[in-house]
Design a protein around this ligand. Structure first.
Ligand SMILES: Cc1cc2nc3c(=O)[nH]c(=O)nc-3n(C[C@H](O)[C@H](O)[C@H](O)COP(=O)(O)O)c2cc1C
Length: 154
């Protein structure tokens, strides 16, 4: 029997400090680890970073998602990790990404507009709203080669 697919969404506050360059390097390290490790355990997902907070979606076999979340929670680059939703799903929302990254200046503008339209606030959001937002940002970026790091073949 195959392990059922689970989706976990959390948000957290960034504890990363420093100049833009340092932040960039720290983010790259997180994404590199995600892309190195997640595929091995069948996890895919997306990570949003907006200067103050992270929002991450992890999708994969339940045990692997839970194990990874326990590890991520202990990471000192963020704190105040709060679970938004966790449960079984029929299919992956980000099947083509080991860890899609949603961030940078292009996101900030979209994020402000989306927050104004929907009242979306990372700390008080629903999982569905979060998922919809991340998917819309990634769709808008399709074809942008620079933004496709971590995209899986096929
Ligand atoms: C916001 C955030 C998200 C992260 N997401 C992942 C992830 O999806 N996969 C992963 O392996 N590590 C992730 N990490 C990093 C882990 O906490 C840990 O540093 C890393 O997995 C260690 O990798 P290694 O065992 O290959 O050295 C994340 C860290 C932070 C702060």
């Amino acid at each position: 029997m195959t392990d059922p697919l689970y989706r976990l969404i959390y948000h957290s506050s960034s504890r990363m400090v420093g100049a833009d360059d340092d932040l960039d390097g720290a983010l790259r390290a997180i994404l590199a680890a995600s892309r190195r490790n997640n595929l091995d355990v069948g996890v895919t997902g997306a990570l949003m970073f907006t200067a103050r907070c992270f929002v991450q979606v992890l999708e994969g076999p339940r045990a692997e998602v839970e194990r990874l979340f326990q590890k991520i929670k202990r990471d000192e680059r963020h704190g105040g990790v709060a679970l938004v939703s966790f449960g079984p799903v029929a299919e992956r929302a980000f099947p083509h990404w080991s860890m899609a990254f949603v961030g940078g200046p292009a996101l900030e503008a979209r994020f402000e507009a989306f927050a104004r339209e929907t009242g979306y606030e990372p700390a008080r959001m629903s999982g569905d709203l979060t998922l919809g937002f991340l998917q819309s940002v990634l769709r808008a970026r399709e074809g942008d080669a620079q933004a496709s790091d971590g995209r899986l073949a096929g």
